[in-house]
Design a protein around this ligand. Structure first.
Ligand code: UDP
Length: 320
């Protein structure tokens, strides 16, 4: 098949591209290299067509979607740090840009896989989070929730168009980590702490560190994405794609210090110091993984320690 991957030079997108290439699909990447980079595509170099442009360019999007059979839409403004720093940029990309992709898929009758986020659920306290659960968000004055809201608009739009024939699926990612994670740590706690540990700098734990996440190895993230994007039984359906093993940020910090053999200590930083006044965090985040298991036969299987081991190997090779 001819596959278009928006955000294909990104951390998750590039792993998806590698898999698609290995499956002998003809892959085109559309990426503006804002958080992605060309080195991520080294493994597939010469086997993919790279278009450096933005999803905000509706003419480019239209042309590329027309030429594809199926579209994986992963391009987005991502990372809590980025969203809080530049809410407008992220909102434009995640609403207008996504709308361009969705509408081109409608116009040219292409299959769409929409990459969404567990941030959709906001700060709900119901665990695990099931796909049809309520969303619980704070005020619009808290920039963070703009990301959740924008992604929810994309989901609504795709679902509404599905009623008019769009073949689409949505995946909601839960804290993906692995090789190619952005070592500047623009969002991810894993990237940030690995960088800090390997430099023997203090590991910054926001708040009291009892907040939890379910860290999902990128190989699993991509497997769930592929299945949702290629399986016809997935059409019209939203899936959580994540590991359901819950880890506190304190435990993550301790594990990273142990695995790297770092001399780092843990340093507590208040949310306000890191993200500014009025920031709100999600206290716990755990996916209900049953739907992906039942419909797609998918279960994230890589343990945190194994995934960190693989990430460390990659990090040491590429950050000398
Ligand atoms: N966090 C942390 N130290 C860091 C980066 C993040 O304690 O250096 C915390 C962050 O406040 C949140 C959790 O780790 O509670 C996960 O943050 P991340 O930005 O990776 O993703 P999120 O799940 O919040 O989107």
């Amino acid at each position: 098949m001819r596959v278009l991957v928006t955000g294909g030079a990104g951390y998750i997108g590039s792993h998806l591209v590698d898999r698609l290439v290995a499956l002998r699909h003809e892959v085109t990447v559309l990426d503006n290299l804002s958080t992605g980079n060309l080195a991520n595509l080294d493994q597939s170099r010469g086997q993919v067509r790279m278009v450096e442009n933005t999803i905000l360019n509706d003419r480019v999007v239209d042309k590329l979607v027309r030429r594809a059979d199926t579209v994986f839409h992963l391009a987005a403004g991502v990372g809590v740090g980025n969203i809080v720093k530049d809410p407008l940029g992220a909102l434009r990309t995640n609403t207008r840009g996504a709308e361009n992709v969705i509408e081109a898929c409608v116009k040219h009758e292409r299959r769409l896989l929409l990459a969404s986020t567990s941030e959709i659920y906001g700060k709900t306290s119901k665990m695990p989070m099931s796909e049809d659960d309520d969303r619980v968000l704070g005020s619009t004055t808290v920039a963070r929730w703009g990301y959740s809201t924008a992604k929810a608009i994309d989901e609504h739009l795709a679902l509404a168009y599905a009623q008019h024939g769009l073949r689409m699926s949505v995946v909601r990612y839960f804290n993906s980590f692995g090789p190619r994670i952005d070592s500047r740590g623009y969002g991810s706690v894993v990237a940030n702490m690995l960088r800090q540990a390997l430099a023997n700098e203090p590991l910054t734990v926001h708040g009291d560190g009892t907040q939890t996440r379910c860290f999902t190895y990128v190989g699993d993230t991509v497997e769930g994405t592929l299945r949702a994007g290629l399986d016809s039984r997935a059409e019209g359906v939203i899936f959580n794609v994540g590991n359901d093993r819950e880890t506190t940020i304190n435990d993550l910090a301790a594990l990273i210090i142990e695995m790297t053999g770092s001399r780092s200590v843990v340093q507590r930083v208040s949310y306000e110091e890191r993200y500014g006044k009025g920031f709100e965090d999600t206290k716990r985040r755990v996916p209900d993984v049953r739907r992906a298991a039942e419909v797609l036969g998918f279960r994230a299987g890589v343990e945190l320690r194994d995934g960190l081991e693989r990430t460390l190997q990659w990090w040491r090779l590429t950050h000398r």
